[in-house]
Design a protein around this ligand. Structure first.
Ligand SMILES: [Zn+2]
Length: 187
């Protein structure tokens, strides 16, 4: 197969590719009208798996908001230092925000993306922190919110909510108080 053939007609998980750029050997960046990410060659995918990095549902495609960090941190010596630093910062921010494992990060990113696409955040819930009295709000989907109120566990009802937002709904405890009082075990 000639990998340069029909480059302009490539369809990505985020739509028709509008721009293709080489990143490192075996990794190509694609941009689309709405989103973008990396495409990995078979060799790169196998190499990434061999390094114990997580792979994604469509395997060769890694979206730019979250999943490309696995590629960058899988081959840190091949990326510029500031790119690696940016990826580490992104993972740290996501871990604090989402809490947990790579697969949880991916599930959360998928859920967020789905929500963004559906643009259905139609419900705003006011919250108040019992520790510092801070008023806040959580944006969600009415239908999903009702499913939680009717007994479904919150992470199933609203998988796109961050840990912080879940906590705000369940106990009212705000992000800063949560950080103060609940130290994450893997920090
Ligand atoms: Zn608080």
């Amino acid at each position: 197969m000639n990998e340069r053939t029909n480059e302009r007609t490539i369809d990505t998980p985020w739509g028709h590719s509008q721009g293709i750029y080489p990143v490192i050997d075996g990794v190509t960046a694609h941009t689309t009208a709405t989103h973008g990410g990396y495409q990995l060659s078979d060799d790169r995918q196998n190499n990434l798996e061999a390094r114990g990095m997580p792979t994604v549902w469509c395997r060769e495609w890694y979206e730019e908001d979250c999943e490309i960090t696995a590629v960058i941190l899988g081959f840190p010596s091949e990326f510029a230092p500031d790119v690696v630093r940016g990826a580490m910062q992104m993972v740290n921010r996501l871990k604090i925000e989402v809490g947990g494992t790579w697969s949880q990060l991916y599930q959360w990113a998928d859920a967020r993306r789905e929500i963004k696409d559906r643009a259905r955040m139609d419900h705003t819930v006011p919250t108040q922190c019992p520790m510092c009295s801070r008023s806040d709000e959580v944006h969600t989907i009415r239908e999903d919110y009702d499913r939680w109120r009717n007994g479904l566990v919150i992470q199933e009802a609203m998988p796109y909510l961050s840990v912080t937002d879940r906590e705000k709904l369940q106990t009212g405890i705000c992000g800063p108080c949560w950080d103060l009082h609940m130290v994450p075990s893997d920090a």
